[in-house]
Design a protein around this ligand. Structure first.
Ligand code: THU
Length: 130
């Protein structure tokens, strides 16, 4: 299985672990490090709604807390015919910690879109502006 397909499969498996009792919208993410590790995440909702954390940020924060700091690609999986792009909060965090990585959107059968981070967040606020 090619590396990118392994990553998509890892995101699909992570999606199964989503805690999406309020929205019913399950999302999985898989982040590939420069040295080939795969770190996954799923969305985690709770009764306050507002403290929900998206799959992408769970994957990134897990990766960072495990010592990974350089990333190549992120896959996001949802059960939707059209691509599910990362929310604005996730884009900000993705840019800060992953830079201009490739972002692959997929559903349970196929890849629906592939974009670079700079296309998803064309005018970012970041450290360079501080
Ligand atoms: N969600 C993600 O986890 N990632 C996305 O890219 C889009 C949205 C989650 C947040 C919430 O738990 C549910 O999907 C509905 O918005």
């Amino acid at each position: 299985m090619p590396a990118s397909e392994l990553l998509v499969e890892a995101a699909r498996a992570a999606r199964e672990r989503a805690v999406a009792d309020y929205s019913g919208f399950k999302v999985g993410a898989a982040l590939e490090t420069i040295d080939g590790h795969i770190i996954t995440g799923c969305n985690i909702e709770n009764a306050t709604y507002g403290l929900t954390v998206c799959a992408e940020r769970v994957a990134i924060f897990k990766a960072i807390s495990e010592g990974h700091r350089a990333f190549r690609r992120l896959v996001v999986v949802a059960d939707t015919a059209s691509p599910t792009p990362p929310c604005g909060a996730c884009r900000q965090i993705m840019w800060e910690f992953c830079g201009d990585i490739e972002v692959v959107m997929a559903n349970l059968e196929t890849v629906t879109a592939t974009l670079q981070m700079r296309e998803l967040l064309p005018l970012p606020f970041d450290q360079r502006l501080l």
